[in-house]
Ligand binder design. Structure first.
Ligand code: GLY
Length: 413
């Protein structure tokens, strides 16, 4: 016996090299078994979605109760209390929109009733004699757009059409874009405005009036021409001369500097061009979306958990913006299905999944009954204005729920 062991030893362990190889094989097997047990412990996407939507339903019903009779809409948290807005604020459509998404997932009739209640509170925005915010596209598409998608109630359509009509009146053929704010001089157009085009595209389909689609395409073309840098990032604001249509200057409003890449601006741009390609099948919009996606996905400052800093050029220990992550996730899921670039498609999906898992973790997801009943923590409204810094924001919740629904619809898990 001793002889056999001695022979075995001489055969396999006589030089150190063999021992090292054996040790490495052992280490690799150990690491693989650890990785596979960690993988099998990862929460399934279905379980994650059930957990988040269950929380969302409880939080949003409680929030509805607190504002139902006030004529106001949840917006954020200020000084530790729920901050609300009137219906004229650009974010008023996100709360009913989130209620529609919660209804879409859970099919609870009481949530549907709340979604309808808060949606209808926005009807006056469509009246010709009420002031218009250039973000009427956000306000009406997130509320009425989802209401119509889920109920097919034709009585909702005149409000969408009247709102699209109001929005299209802010279009200047000279500039080739819809005006953002009413500045005393100049014609400002922000990248965020790409998001308002979805209402125009839908209105065009509903009414067969091509004029709305033409406005949307012209705005997207002008923005593509003037807002983007060679690396695919965008300026926040382009100021035009409204008489000549010439570009006067390019600057930021909510970003770190004129030359920086404000994270939510990149998110709006990405979402906007993916949506415009989906609605129009104009290939230039897909190419633009791919370029923006590559800027984001390959950026050296995009953290491993894929929740961006509030500005891609902010210091690495700066604040993160959950709202930008949620918007990007939603857009990346769509892009993964539209792009013909298989490598990019895979990366889009992997990144969106990481974003959704990160946002569903304790670091970002509120505990029940906390966070003034918002779902997500840690968004940034406008850091340069010291407004809504590291707080929940109604649109972070909205795009997070939207992205979860889209991911589930893919049926991967
Ligand atoms: N202006 C819209 C935003 O803050 O993203």
């Amino acid at each position: 016996m001793t002889n056999i062991i001695a022979k075995f030893y001489l055969l396999y362990f006589q030089d150190l090299r063999h021992m090292k190889i054996l040790f490495r094989v052992f280490l690799a097997l150990f690491a693989m078994s650890l990785a596979s047990s960690a993988f099998s412990k990862q929460e399934s996407f279905k379980a994650l979605s059930n957990r988040v939507f269950d929380l969302a339903q409880k939080q949003y019903i409680a929030m509805s109760e607190s504002v139902k009779d006030s004529g106001r809409f949840p917006r954020s948290i200020k000084d530790g209390k729920l901050e609300t807005s009137d219906r004229g604020w650009w974010c008023s459509g996100f709360f009913p929109g989130s209620l529609w998404y919660i209804y879409e997932y859970g099919k609870d009739e009481s949530v549907k009733n709340l979604a309808l209640l808060f949606t209808k509170k926005l009807e006056p925005l469509s009246f010709a004699n009420t002031p218009i915010d250039h973000d009427i596209g956000f306000q009406i598409n997130c509320s009425y757009g989802n209401a119509y998608r889920l109920t097919k109630d034709k009585a909702l359509l005149p409000i969408m059409l009247a709102s699209a009509e109001k929005l299209s009146k802010r279009f200047s053929p000279k500039v080739g874009a819809i005006k953002s704010w009413n500045w005393k001089s100049g014609y400002p157009v922000i990248i965020d405005n790409m998001m308002n085009l979805e209402l125009l595209c839908k209105a065009s389909k509903i009414s067969s009036n091509k004029a709305y689609l033409d406005v949307a395409k012209a705005h997207a073309d002008t923005t593509m021409e003037n807002h983007f840098r060679p690396d695919g990032s965008s300026f926040h604001l382009v100021l035009y001369d409204e008489n000549s249509g010439a570009v006067l200057r390019r600057q930021t409003w909510q970003g770190l500097s004129d030359a920086s890449a404000w994270a939510r601006g990149q998110a709006w741009g990405l979402y906007g061009y993916v949506m415009m390609y989906r609605e129009t099948e104009v290939c230039a919009y897909l190419r633009q979306a791919e370029k923006i996606a590559k800027f984001i996905l390959e950026h050296k400052n995009l953290p491993a958990d894929k929740v961006p800093l509030w500005d891609f050029d902010a210091p690495k220990d700066g604040l993160r913006d959950a709202s930008a992550a949620a918007i990007i996730a939603s857009a990346l899921i769509d892009l993964s299905q539209l792009t013909k670039d298989r490598k990019l498609s895979k990366l889009c999906l992997q990144t969106a999944e990481t974003q959704l898992r990160t946002l569903s973790s304790d670091a970002y997801l509120a505990k029940p009954g906390t966070n003034c009943n918002f779902i997500l923590k840690h968004s940034v409204g406008s850091l340069p204005h010291k407004s809504e810094v590291d707080v929940p924001l109604s649109y972070a919740d909205y795009y997070f729920l939207e992205a979860l629904l889209k991911f589930n619809r893919l049926g991967i898990y």
